[in-house]
Ligand binder design. Structure first.
Ligand code: ADE
Length: 251
């Protein structure tokens, strides 16, 4: 998968070189390309923003610089992927659909994503209109119902959620199957050795007996029940009226 990120803070994306994502890049499973939006600003101050037409607080990102950035980044991507390649263009935006595991799964099958990070109050609306009229595939993705200073942190989160689902990125693929949200439910509680542990308060805490039974069917049933119980307690919104996951999905 090719990933391009257009931002005025390319160094903000440096963590993509670390850990599993960095390893995936070094192994050639993904290619990450960071671009400074100011590359396509031509005045002395490399200006990318201006005050809002009609007045109001803050600044708005100028359309021309974004149009040039998309043209250059898409041309570079097509050099690598072929002349017919079409990226999914993702704008992290608190006004977008909330990004969830189902979207991560869907995007992990893409061969090219271009992230466009807005800053300030946002990007001139005509950029979205221009992209739609160009036939581009565009998505607005929100991390949640709160406001960040820009899209960069959202790109880090979304990229990690997407890339770890690409086959070969996470060493033990089985660990993806049972984690929270993969089935539409939260994950069951986890325990490791020692089975009997004295905590700093002096309380001896036993791991559930069933986990020591060696009976895999019984353990699986216990875990399934714990998942439903935990989801009902913590995230009842994920359960339908019948207590089943609203959106059960196999990986
Ligand atoms: N940019 C600003 N706030 C955001 C959010 N909540 N999600 C994604 N991008 C954002």
């Amino acid at each position: 998968m090719r990933i391009d990120v257009i931002t005025i803070f390319p160094e903000y994306l440096a963590p993509l070189e670390l850990s599993l994502i960095g390893k995936a890049a070094r192994e050639g499973l993904i290619g990450v390309h960071r671009h400074d939006l100011r590359t396509w600003a031509h005045d002395r101050h490399r200006t990318v923003d201006d005050s809002p037409l009609g007045g109001g607080a803050g600044m708005v990102m100028k359309p021309g610089v974004w149009a040039e950035a998309f043209a250059a980044v898409i041309a570079a991507g097509r050099e690598e992927l072929g002349p017919d390649a079409q990226p999914l263009i993702v704008f992290p935006n608190p006004a977008g659909a909330v990004f969830a595991q189902a979207t991560a799964r869907e995007w992990s099958g893409r061969d090219w994503i271009v992230f466009a990070c807005g800053r300030y109050e946002g990007i001139d609306e005509r950029v979205y209109e221009f992209l739609a009229d160009s036939g581009a595939e565009v998505a607005l993705a929100s991390l949640g119902d709160y406001v960040l200073n820009g899209g960069e942190v959202a790109v880090l989160a979304i990229t990690e959620a997407v890339v770890r689902l690409i086959p070969g990125v996470v060493g033990n693929a089985e660990s993806l199957v049972e984690e929270s949200h993969s089935s539409g439910l939260l994950e069951y509680p986890l325990y490791t050795r020692p089975a009997s542990w004295e905590d700093p308060l002096g309380v001896v805490r036993e791991a559930p007996e069933v986990l020591l039974s060696g009976n895999h069917a019984v353990i699986a049933a216990w875990r399934a029940e714990q998942s439903v119980q935990r989801t009902a307690e913590r995230r009842p919104d994920l359960l339908g009226a019948d207590g089943a996951a609203v959106e059960p999905r196999a990986l």
